[in-house]
Design a protein. Structure first.
Length: 811
């Protein structure tokens, strides 16, 4: 028969599958539901190899689940709002909508060429008014519950993208898209109250997420248990937050953040010039720079003193930028004997260091100590508290004692801030609020949603939303009093869009609800896959969103995702990230044109453990090319048959069923590269079996049949072609996954090398417990062994069952 030519049939199968609706999800179909989802892409214009890598293996997994009898929903959409469309619009003078929808059309075609089982009838884009209408609806529900509020706050201003960013979008002090150094600005912005859910978001019992993700989210939420302690100052009582109230008697000075509201009031005239200069300088540094422990501590004395609440000692009050305005109360009690930063600061400025925690049996801290002691121990130099246990682990009792004396209050703080959602850009969901002179902020009535984005806008980035300039759109009437009112001109952070899209796939065109409650039984998403870069932002926001939806009575789920798995990244050949500027980009379209879809799919699953990823190796694709060629020949090349090899029925059944068992286990673990390896190995056995007496027997037929089914999830096109040419009815993709014959899959047979006078000359497969005469007879029958025995006298035979056969001959 002809050689393997994927181009002869791959496209035709894709068209037929689409035409037959083979991958259309029917919620009423039998089988336990399985909702599998990969993170939807931004419609940048092209699917790159990373998209393929992220989607091919989950597709194989979804197909496998389907063959195992699950009713599988595997949808796809587009995360379509955001800055690139707006920037492209500015650059090329086209409407962001036109740019976005043409990219979506192109990328959908590319996805379809990937041969996935995505149900395209459920596709949507978040920039569809019928989608973002529900963003607005949710906003209003949040608002009604007090979970959306507007507040003046110090915000992260990206001077390049000319917009505010959420804390989560600032990486090392820079905008996550623009890379620009972030500035601080005071602005009035909408926030979502994610902090109300801080404690619940720390609880991962209802969601199985990789350890890495849990740790990143936990650190981001940053829960700290401690106390607030209040000190009297000339400008009124000042409260500090501390996680170490056990060290209260060791506090020797206070420090305020430069932005702290009380700095000016506390500063004495003598110190004013110096303090003001310091505050201005500190304002130019980012939080990240300020938190870095390297570099000398800087600071300035205010001239004022605070009164220690227990000893009455006068503690100098300093201003220093290692204290952040945005954490705790923006001020601290400094305990230099037991805190790194306070220690460095005290040494630099000659401030007192007072030891109050001493390791059990330890010496008193030396006057010239080079480091603070931050461990556990006993409290010393603390009056009534002396002798109590100190250290992080024992603060609860201390807090209670301090509370009794009225000098402290138990307090838990979080690093997590409310989610700032206002953006001063055009291509996003308009915030559904109007401002009336009489009534203030009024939500747009739900029956007037969506508030549509106007098409005619100027895109000059001015620091204000482009919507400000469209007066006809801005000016409206107040829904409450009918008087003149103005729309909010900001749009929502695009992470709003992706926070609930997993619900929308259930009923993408529902115009009564965000999703059809009758479909709720399909929740949660059973398996969500995507990149680790979303560990905090998107995953934390969508967990929060689901909890709000639950509290709104929209779902009974606590979490959107039952299981999350992250794939790795495919790097360039040079081990660097693929990028146009580095010139190391691999184009999947080119690969498909050259090798066909199934080969590219195979290679992407074979190239690396899926969760790790690795560098692209252009040579590596030859393995999959050869493999699929051999698979093809196995089924369609008549010449290769004939009884030259020695594969028994038991051997073949063992090879097939043990591979089937391994592949099933590897699918469950999402270990795709080992699945491909197991199928390649099985191919070797099948090629051998084809040239052995087992060829043509029912066992041979069973082997080809099972192998065909095992190919289906990975390489759906060649599997369908084989299925059809072998006379299969319907599609291979709706066949049940084959059952492992456990008896055939496990056997006590081993392959042992046969030595003649100590040199290995061949091998035999025999039972581990075969008796000596049977083992030796089998060994002598091996042709290579027989050759060496010819004309020789056997002087000794050594047999260790399952391990060694050695036939020693005379010289
Ligand atoms: C006294 C003390 C003694 C502290 C000691 C630590 C060790 P985490 O665990 O990260 O929550 N702190 C409080 N507010 C701060 C701010 N706005 N900027 C910088 N530092 C601040 O850290 C809590 C500790 O960080 C607090 O406990 C406080 O210093 C400091 F041996 O108080 B501690
Ligand atoms: Zn009004």
């Amino acid at each position: 028969a002809e050689r393997y030519n994927p181009h002869a049939f791959e496209h035709a199968w894709q068209e037929k599958w689409e035409h037959d609706g083979l991958y259309r999800f029917d919620p009423e179909a039998p089988g336990e539901k399985h909702y599998a989802m990969t993170m939807f892409p931004y419609p940048s214009g092209n699917l790159h190899i990373g998209h393929w890598y992220a989607n091919v293996a989950p597709d194989a997994h979804a197909r496998w689940m389907r063959m195992r009898g699950h009713n599988v929903l595997f949808p796809m959409g587009f995360d379509a709002f955001g800055l690139p469309a707006e920037n492209a619009a500015i650059k090329n003078n086209i409407n962001p909508a036109a740019w976005t929808y043409s990219n979506i059309a192109h990328m959908t075609g590319q996805f379809q060429r990937m041969g996935t089982m995505i149900d395209w009838s459920r596709r949507f884009a978040t920039c569809d008014p019928e989608y973002y209408r529900w963003n607005q609806w949710f906003f209003i529900q949040f608002y009604k519950r007090g979970l959306a509020y507007k507040r003046e706050s110090l915000v992260n201003w990206d001077p390049v993208d000319q917009t505010v960013l959420a804390n989560e979008q600032v990486i090392d002090g820079r905008g996550d898209r623009s890379g620009a150094l972030i500035e601080r600005r005071l602005m009035s912005q909408w926030h979502f109250k994610i902090t109300d859910y801080a404690d619940e978001l720390l609880d991962f019992t209802h969601t199985d997420m990789p350890e890495r993700v849990r740790v990143m989210q936990t650190n981001w939420i940053g829960k700290s248990v401690g106390a607030e302690v209040t000190f009297d100052t000339p400008a009124g009582p000042e409260t500090v937050f501390t996680t170490r109230p056990d060290t209260l008697m060791g506090a020797t000075f206070l420090v305020l953040a430069p932005e702290h509201a009380r700095v000016a009031a506390l500063t004495t005239d003598e110190q004013r010039a110096e303090v003001e200069a310091y505050v201005v300088a500190a304002g130019r540094r980012t939080d990240v720079e300020r938190q870095q422990d390297s570099g000398e501590k800087t600071g300035v004395f205010t001239g004022a003193f605070a009164t220690h609440p227990i000893t009455g000692h006068q503690l100098p009050i300093w201003v220093a930028d290692y204290v952040l305005a945005t954490y705790g109360t923006g001020s601290i009690m400094a305990v230099p004997a037991h805190d790194e930063r306070d220690f460095a600061f005290a040494r630099r400025f000659g401030l007192d260091i007072r030891e109050v925690i001493r390791p059990e049996g330890g010496e008193p801290m030396a006057g010239d100590a080079e480091a603070p002691y931050s461990g556990e121990g006993l409290i010393v130099n603390s009056g009534d508290f002396d002798g109590l246990a100190g250290g992080k682990a024992s603060i609860a009792g201390i807090v209670a004692a301090l509370e009794e004396r009225g000098v402290a209050k138990a307090k838990t703080t979080y690093r997590l801030r409310d989610w700032l959602v206002s953006r001063q850009r055009y291509w996003g969901t308009p915030i559904p609020i109007v401002y009336c002179q009489k009534c203030g902020a009024v939500p747009v009535p739900e029956d007037q949603l969506p508030v549509e984005l106007p098409a005619d806008v100027e895109f000059l980035p001015t620091g204000q939303s482009p919507l400000v300039l469209n007066r006809a759109w801005v000016e409206t009437t107040c829904p409450e009093c009918g008087g003149p009112a103005e729309r909010d001109t900001d749009t929502m952070d695009t992470f709003v869009d992706s926070s609930w899209y997993m619900y929308r796939y259930l009923s993408p065109h529902d115009d009564q609800h965000p999703f059809d409650p009758a479909q709720a039984r399909l929740l949660p998403v059973d398996l969500y896959t995507g990149g680790i870069e979303h560990a905090i932002l998107h995953l934390l926001y969508s967990r929060f969103w689901t909890k709000v939806m639950r509290d709104l009575g929209l779902t009974t789920q606590h979490e959107p995702f039952a299981h999350l798995r992250n794939q790795g990244i495919i790097l360039g050949e040079d081990n660097e990230k693929m990028s146009k500027s580095r010139g190391n980009v691999v184009d999947p379209d080119d690969l498909v044109r050259e090798y066909g879809v199934d080969t590219v799919r195979t290679y992407l699953m074979f190239i690396a453990p899926w969760e790790l990823g690795g560098p692209w190796d252009p040579q590596g694709i030859n393995g999959p090319v050869k493999w699929l060629g051999r698979v093809w020949a196995l089924y369609f090349d008549e010449k290769a048959s004939g009884p030259q090899e020695n594969v028994s029925e038991a051997d073949l059944r063992y090879a097939v069923h043990s591979a089937l068992k391994k592949v099933g286990g590897d699918f469950a673990r999402m270990s795709f590269n080992t699945i491909v390896a197991a199928l390649m190995e099985l191919t070797n056995t099948l090629v051998k079996a084809k040239r052995s007496p087992v060829f043509g027997t029912p066992v041979w037929d069973e082997a080809l049949h099972i192998f065909n089914l095992m190919l289906a999830p990975l390489v759906p096109h060649i599997a369908e072609q084989i299925w059809t040419e072998r006379g299969g009815v319907g599609s291979v993709h709706v066949q049940p996954w084959p059952q492992v014959d456990e008896a055939a899959a496990t056997r006590d047979t081993v392959t042992i090398g046969v030595q003649v006078s100590g040199k290995v000359r061949g091998e035999v497969s025999i039972s581990k417990t075969a008796p000596q005469d049977e083992a030796l007879a089998a060994a002598r029958a091996v042709p290579e062994v027989a050759r060496y025995l010819e004309g020789k006298a056997v002087v000794k035979e050594i047999y260790v069952p399952g391990r060694i056969i050695n036939i020693v001959t005379s010289k």
